[in-house]
Ligand binder design. Structure first.
Ligand SMILES: [Zn+2]
Length: 104
């Protein structure tokens, strides 16, 4: 899940036509696009991925807090039921994500 690769048809600058490409992500951040015929690869630098990750982190934190607030207001029983799990799993998810993004 950390580095899913998708195949899709894209226009290749080297081949001059649409060819199959491998598009690789680190979680939801684009890492590279490679032409599967000529192997031309366009990759983002780790620093670019780090900057984008850090830029999106506060927005994602605000969205998470807002979602939890709404869930606590509209479905308090479910919110309380899921809270211990979330308190356990969220730090693990964030540390896995940080590791994957920083070890690119
Ligand atoms: Zn190509």
């Amino acid at each position: 899940m950390e580095r899913p690769t998708y195949c899709t048809e894209l226009f290749c600058l080297h081949c001059g036509r649409e060819t199959p490409h491998a598009v690789t992500y680190i979680y939801k951040w684009l890492k590279s696009i490679s032409c599967l015929e000529c192997h031309l690869t366009i990759a983002r630098s780790p620093q670019q991925i780090h900057r984008e990750y850090l830029r999106t982190l506060p927005v994602r934190a605000r969205e998470l807090i807002w979602d939890l607030f709404n869930e606590a207001r509209h479905r308090p029983g479910y919110f309380v039921h899921r809270l211990p799990y979330r308190l356990t799993i969220k730090p693990l998810q964030i540390s896995r994500e940080l590791y994957a993004v920083w070890v690119t």
